[in-house]
Write a protein that binds this ligand. Structure first.
Ligand SMILES: Nc1ncnc2c1ncn2[C@@H]1O[C@H](COP(=O)(O)OP(=O)(O)O)[C@@H](O)[C@H]1O
Ligand SMILES: [Mg+2]
Length: 512
């Protein structure tokens, strides 16, 4: 008789229910796994056999056929071991189908029958939740992560015998987590770099505060030693806490990459990914034969920091354009394509020219016009268009550097203002499926960013003077919206627009 055991399989960050069908037929002892398994799945044959025998159960000495349905969905990973073993134990009448019909199983088996953790448990369980499954048995060290799903009952097992006993003798205690409470508890910040230690640089600090508040991309341009890298490191300390839905989305990504620890099942901090310019395109964008998320996906809901931005291969920078616009990346392969979220804030830093001292008050720039043009052309116009804020970061004078920093604001104070401005945005966009001003589309800009007559006049002048493209025009308004939100102002005024134009125009106007 054929029996069916449920589990799930992940594609991208979405999971689908999978039925493991097991049949034992009178033929020479063998085991076949069909239904588009990759090698990691077919290797389950040997693990399952040893695990069952070493747990004290008998393994059928006939032919076992296992089908993973739907058969057209590619299956990868070791999480099918446990459901396959359960299917065989049902054939052996250790368990019966009636007992497990409301359950799904996820887990890798060791040869001795113990259950090992697997990556991607949260998305796998969320897939089961969508399929209406009530209970799931997962590896014990993945149980907290699985429990974040909030609906499906989760039981963490350490050994195959625990799973059998759960149905016959001793039920496993359910793992329960209060996600919102957990997130709130973890939200206290404790960062190494604090804006209190950055002297002067008022304008750059203000620009970074605006970027954090509205989720805007930002590029800092300045001479070596002006504090760009230092301020970028401080940026993480003023980012607002993650909303629950953001934390769960991020957790799914880190879960698939196997980057979650058993003690910290939920991603509670915005990621701050520092990428070196020698990193491979696959590493940054994502890729490989079974496409893996890249840095832009790991930076989702947080920051991707590209220091010395012009040193990155142009082709890599150009690929960033599409995710910067759409907030996601589609990686296409011959048979299928996978979509990963990539809603990150780009933080870039660069020198103004090859020698680094163009525009410096004290040191003379030694570059020719040709060198400067070639240097700047590494960042294409369409890419710069997508960077809402571009600022000059001049070097501090020796006197400024020697001054004390006692009057500088600390990150905590700045962060409070950022959080307040974020809350206004979340409330305003609660029916729009977005969280920040930077995500506004043209239609939403019309709806949420009405301009008065005077502001429109001002923009008209700016369009002509700076030759604003349509995209740039939208971005100026979004930026003005954030500046107004930091101000606690319901309407965007001329003042907010003027400031927004300044931040947007800095690099371009200094070039002209
Ligand atoms: N505004 C500043 N306040 C305090 N220290 C600064 C400031 N600017 C630069 N420094 C000092 O100079 C060092 C180099 O700065 P860095 O951020 O690496 O410059 P950049 O990345 O612009 O070349 C920092 O580690 C810090 O010690
Ligand atoms: Mg630097």
């Amino acid at each position: 008789m054929v029996n069916i055991v449920k589990t799930s399989s992940v594609v991208g960050i979405k999971a689908y229910e999978v039925s493991v069908e097991t049949d034992v037929v009178n033929s020479l002892p063998a085991m076949a796994i069909v239904g588009l398994p990759d090698t990691s799945v077919t290797e389950a044959r040997d693990r399952v056999k040893s695990a069952i025998k070493n747990s004290g159960y008998t393994f059928p000495s006939r032919k076992i056929v296992v089908n993973l349905a739907p058969a057209d969905l590619k299956k990868a990973g070791t999480s099918f071991d446990l459901p396959i073993a359960i299917g065989i134990l049902i054939e052996e009448e250790v368990l019966n189908s009636e007992q497990v019909k409301d359950y799904a199983f996820i887990g890798e088996l060791s040869l001795d029958g113990s259950i090992r953790p697997v990556p991607g448990v949260l998305p796998l369980v969320l897939g089961l939740k969508d399929a209406g499954i009530k209970n799931v048995i997962v590896p014990k060290s993945n149980a907290k992560e699985a429990a974040l799903n909030g609906v499906v009952n989760v039981y963490g097992a350490e050994h195959l015998t625990d799973v059998v006993n759960h149905f016959t003798e001793q039920p496993i205690t359910q793992t329960i987590i209060d996600v919102e409470k957990y997130l709130a508890e973890q939200n206290e910040i404790n960062y190494v770099y604090d804006f209190k230690d950055v002297k002067g640089q008022r304008k750059a600090k203000r620009a970074l505060e605006i970027a954090a508040a509205g989720g805007h991309n930002i590029l800092m341009v300045g001479s070596p030693g002006s504090g760009k890298t230092l301020m970028a490191k401080c940026f993480a300390s003023i980012l607002p806490p993650l909303e629950l839905e953001e934390a769960l989305e991020l957790t799914k990504i880190y879960s698939i990459c196997g980057l979650l620890s058993a003690d910290e099942p939920l991603m509670t901090k915005r990621p701050f990914r520092v990428v070196h310019h020698t990193a491979s395109a696959n590493g940054i964008i994502g890729g490989g034969s079974t496409p893996k998320p890249g840095e832009i996906t790991l930076a989702n809901r947080g920051v991707l920091f590209l220091d010395e931005m012009v040193e990155f291969p142009r082709q890599v920078l150009e690929v960033l354009r599409q995710p910067l616009e759409d907030g996601e990346i589609v990686i296409s392969r011959a048979k299928h394509s996978i979509k990963y979220p990539a809603n990150f804030m780009l933080l870039g830093a660069m020198n103004p020219c090859p020698c680094g001292f163009l525009g410096d008050k004290e040191k003379q720039c030694t570059c020719t016009d040709f060198m400067i043009n070639r240097y700047n052309s590494k960042l294409s116009g369409p890419l710069l268009d997508r960077i809402d804020i571009q600022i000059d970061v001049p070097r501090l004078t020796p006197a400024e550097l020697l001054a004390s920093n006692e009057n500088e604001e600390d990150s905590q104070t700045i962060r409070q203002r950022v959080i307040k401005a974020r809350k206004i945005q979340i409330e305003r966009y609660k029916n729009e499926n977005i969280l920040t001003n930077s995500e506004l589309t043209s239609d939403l800009i019309k709806k949420y960013c009405p301009l008065d007559e005077k502001s429109r006049e001002l923009l008209k002048i700016a369009i002509v003077k700076f030759q604003l493209s349509g995209r740039k025009y939208d971005r100026v308004i979004k930026l003005a919206r954030t500046i107004a939100d930091l101000d606690g102002s319901e309407n965007i005024t001329q003042l907010h627009l003027t400031q927004a134009l300044q931040y947007k125009m800095d690099k371009e106007t200094t070039e002209v």
